[in-house]
Write a protein that binds this ligand. Structure first.
Ligand code: GLN
Length: 216
C-alpha cells in the first residue's frame, strides 16, 4: 500500500491542526479531523498537533474522546505527537497545569516549557540518523523536554541540556546513568508511537511526517 491509501486523523479540538493536514495531504495521505470517538473509526494513524496540552487534555475529556483515543493508541493505532502532542502522549508530566492529565501511551516523562517561554523559541539543525541522512531543521516553541525515558523508548534526537532554562527540578538523568545528562531528548519513538518536542509541521522539513507515514 502507498501513503495515498492511508487515512490519517489529526486531533482537532485545539492546536495547529491545519498545518499538519497540509503536510499530510502534500505527502499523499487522506486526512480527517478527529473531534469525537466516532472519528477514530478506520484510521491508519493519528497526529496530535502542537498547541496547548492542558487545553487539549480538558477538551478531550469534555468531548469523551480521551479514553477512546488512549485505548486506540494502546491497541496499536500509530500516533505522532508534536510539542503539545508529545505532552499528551506522555506517561508523565513533571509540571502539569492544575488538573492536567495525559493519555499515558508513551513511557516518558516530559517537562513542559523546558526551554523557556515564547521569547526563548529557537531553531536548530538536529542529527536524526534513524529518520534522515541530512540534519533535520527543528523549531522549538514553548517546547517540552523529555526528562525520563522508559525502557524500550528509542531516543532519536537530542539537544544540549544547556538549552534548558533553569527550573526548580533536577537536571534529567538517562535511566542507566547516575550523572546528569549533558543532552536532553527531543525526539523519541516507542514502537508505533513517535513524538517530537519540535514542530516539523511549521518548517519545510517533513522528514518526521514521511517517517510516520512510511510506518503505517
Ligand atoms: N507549552 C505548550 C504546552 O504545554 C506546548 C507548546 C507547543 O505546542 N508549541 O502544551
Amino acid at each position: 500500500m502507498t501513503a495515498a491509501q492511508k487515512t490519517v486523523g489529526v486531533f482537532a479540538l485545539q492546536g495547529d491542526v491545519r498545518e499538519h493536514m497540509h503536510v499530510l495531504t502534500c505527502l499523499g495521505a487522506r486526512t480527517r479531523p478527529v473531534r469525537r470517538p466516532a472519528d477514530l473509526v478506520g484510521l491508519d494513524g493519528i497526529v496530535l498537533p502542537g498547541g496547548e496540552s492542558s487545553v487539549m487534555d480538558r477538551l478531550a475529556r469534555i468531548m469523551g474522546l480521551k479514553a477512546p483515543l488512549a485505548d486506540a493508541i494502546r491497541d496499536g493505532l500509530p500516533a505522532y505527537g508534536t510539542c503539545a502532542g508529545m505532552i499528551l502522549l506522555a506517561a508523565g508530566i513533571e509540571n502539569p497545569a492544575p488538573g492536567q492529565g495525559s493519555l499515558g501511551v508513551l513511557d516518558v516523562t516530559v517537562r513542559r516549557n523546558a526551554f523557556g517561554t515564547q521569547v526563548d523559541s529557537f531553531e536548530a539543525d538536529l542529527a536524526v540518523p534513524a529518520v534522515s541522512a541530512d540534519p533535520v531543521h527543528a523549531v522549538f516553541i514553548r517546547a517540552p523536554a523529555v526528562v525520563r525515558v522508559g525502557e524500550g523508548v528509542e531516543v532519536l534526537a537530542e539537544v544540549p541540556a544547556s538549552r534548558m532554562v533553569a527550573s526548580g527540578a533536577p537536571a534529567p538523568h538517562h535511566h542507566d546513568d547516575a550523572a546528569p545528562a549533558s543532552a536532553v531528548p527531543v525526539a523519541v519513538r516507542a514502537g508505533h508511537v513517535l513524538a517530537t518536542s519540535f514542530h516539523p509541521e511549521v518548517t519545510g522539513d517533513w522528514s518526521f511526517h514521511r517517517e510516520f507515514l512510511a510506518g503505517l
